[in-house]
Design a protein around this ligand. Structure first.
Ligand code: OAD
Length: 315
């Protein structure tokens, strides 16, 4: 059973906890990016409600948009939508910059973010783990080749499916090998070559197979049904030894295994939860309900800390 800290329930308590902490884990979610113009997922104005209302994609459940089995069957659906969530010219919010402030003060153990918008990195946070991956890289579902994310950007923008060149090359090499083998068998006058016997139709069949689609490339964002990168477990295993304060911000904590971080760190570690709406299945030591940007700004004012300005736009 989790032991409640005495008299810890207000902004004053949050200030005190922050003042004394040396190794803070910040666990963040979509709610810290809504003020940047990026919708969260589960609010009434969130992405899932939007997908439901639009009814454009004929999904049984809006979460299917990020479901790996559905993606394998209907990659065109994700690629007609991906443009909407592709990180573009957003400016980090005060929350992202507050995480950077903690890092600059030397008290950020790590930021575990569920977000794929990379705004923490843009704010300059170095020690951030993107638990649900990002568009930075993309992998072929068939041959697993990892590509640079920039390769699929034009496909996302033009709403078309990217296919893997490595698969194509492999297949061409296989075709060339089969044809060479057939030619050599024929050349030796040995007649039929096992599976590739009646050669009149075979050439066409092989070419037809060669024209078949190679592997589909999927951005390395974690879909439902996919495991998180092992780095998540490794970091958590290490961090649980050192963490002395957990700050959770802008997340409904509905998606495992990130939602389970709370149960993996020692119960003696205090928790501050900053969120617009109550999340009833967790009982933090300090619950600060409201807009996260305003709350961290207020906390910083109280602590005499200054949130760094947004990074200047590239020339
Ligand atoms: P959710 O949409 O589930 O939760 C966002 C939370 O942020 C909600 O509880 C909102 O009330 C709160 N919120 C919104 N605006 C806020 C603000 N200005 N200040 C404070 N809080 C605010 O998003 P996540 O919990 O991040 O995964 O979702 C977790 C995962 O579910 C996502 O990473 C994504 C999704 O399916 C995948 O796609 C794999």
């Amino acid at each position: 059973r989790r032991q409640k800290l005495p008299d810890v329930n207000s902004v004053d308590d949050a200030v005190r906890l922050l003042q004394n902490a040396k190794n803070i884990i910040v666990l963040s979610g979509a709610g810290i990016s809504t003020s940047c113009g990026i919708p969260d997922f589960r609010s009434s104005t969130g992405l899932y409600a939007q997908l439901q209302a639009e009814g454009k994609y004929e999904l049984d459940d809006p979460q299917q948009m990020f479901d790996i089995s559905y993606f394998r069957e209907h990659p065109e659906v994700f690629y007609s939508f991906a443009k909407q969530i592709y990180p573009s010219n957003f400016v980090p919010s005060p929350c992202h910059r507050w995480i950077k402030l903690l890092e600059d003060r030397g008290v950020l153990l790590r930021n575990y973010t569920q977000n794929i918008d990379t705004l923490e990195s843009l704010a300059g946070v170095n020690n951030v783990l993107q638990c649900h991956g990002s568009f930075k890289t993309a992998s072929c579902l068939r041959c697993k080749t990892r590509h640079d994310g920039s390769k699929i950007e034009p496909y996302i923008m033009s709403q078309t499916i990217p296919y893997c060149e490595t698969c194509r090359e492999e297949r061409n090499a296989e075709i060339a090998a089969i044809k060479a083998y057939r030619a050599s068998v024929k050349g030796k006058g040995k007649g039929k070559a096992s599976a590739w016997d009646d050669d009149s139709d075979d050439e066409e069949e092989i070419d037809e197979w060669g024209r078949g689609e190679p592997g589909i490339i999927k951005p390395d964002i974690t879909f439902f049904g996919q495991a998180l990168d092992s780095e998540f477990d490794e970091c958590l295993f290490k961090d649980r030894e050192d963490v002395d304060l957990l700050v959770i911000m802008g997340t409904s904590l509905k998606v495992a295994p990130v939602s389970e971080v709370l149960s993996h760190i020692p119960h003696s570690v205090p928790q501050i939860f900053i969120n617009l709406t109550p999340v009833t299945h967790v009982k933090p030591d300090v619950l600060l309900l409201g807009d996260a940007d305003s709350i961290v700004t207020n906390l910083s004012d109280r602590l005499g800390w200054t949130i760094p300005p947004p990074p200047s736009a590239p020339p």
